[in-house]
Write a protein that binds this ligand. Structure first.
Ligand SMILES: [Zn+2]
Length: 142
């Protein structure tokens, strides 16, 4: 039984006694209990969201100027990306870079979040690694 139900029962008992001041006080406490219950639900939701973002953070790795998301399965680690370094560092927002429609080649990417354009230089083609060569906008963050 919740604190709200307990207070409701207490109010029913007090109402029989007819003490107006006491009834008002219990109604006031009941309202405060409702507020606390709502706040508790909001805090639980926020906590869940923070736990999830913390989990994501643990799997983001910086490699040659770009962020990549490491997704670990049972015995396999998959790497997805690249993600925009500016959006990740500034806002903790993992935004995958997309092909730049103005220059639709594999090495040209664009962040749909902040609109920054990147040129990715493939320096180790066999391992599929990339090197960042992009606008100077985020060079202070690297
Ligand atoms: Zn961005």
């Amino acid at each position: 039984m919740s604190i709200y139900d307990d207070l409701k029962q207490a109010l029913e008992v007090i109402q029989k006694g007819g003490n107006i001041e006491l009834i008002k006080k219990v109604i006031d406490i009941q309202k405060q209990a409702m507020d606390l219950m709502e706040e508790n639900i909001a805090i639980k939701e926020e906590n869940k969201s923070l736990q999830e973002s913390l989990k994501t953070k643990e799997t983001m790795v910086l490699e040659n100027g770009f962020y990549w998301m490491e997704i670990k399965n049972q015995n396999e680690t998959k790497k997805e990306g690249p993600f925009c370094p500016g959006c990740w560092i500034k806002e903790n927002n993992p935004i995958p870079l997309v092909f730049n429609p103005e220059k639709p080649y594999d090495s040209n990417r664009k962040c749909p979040g902040c609109e920054v354009k990147f040129v990715m230089e493939i320096y180790e083609e066999s391992s599929g690694s990339y090197m960042a060569d992009h606008n100077d906008q985020y060079s202070d963050l690297m």
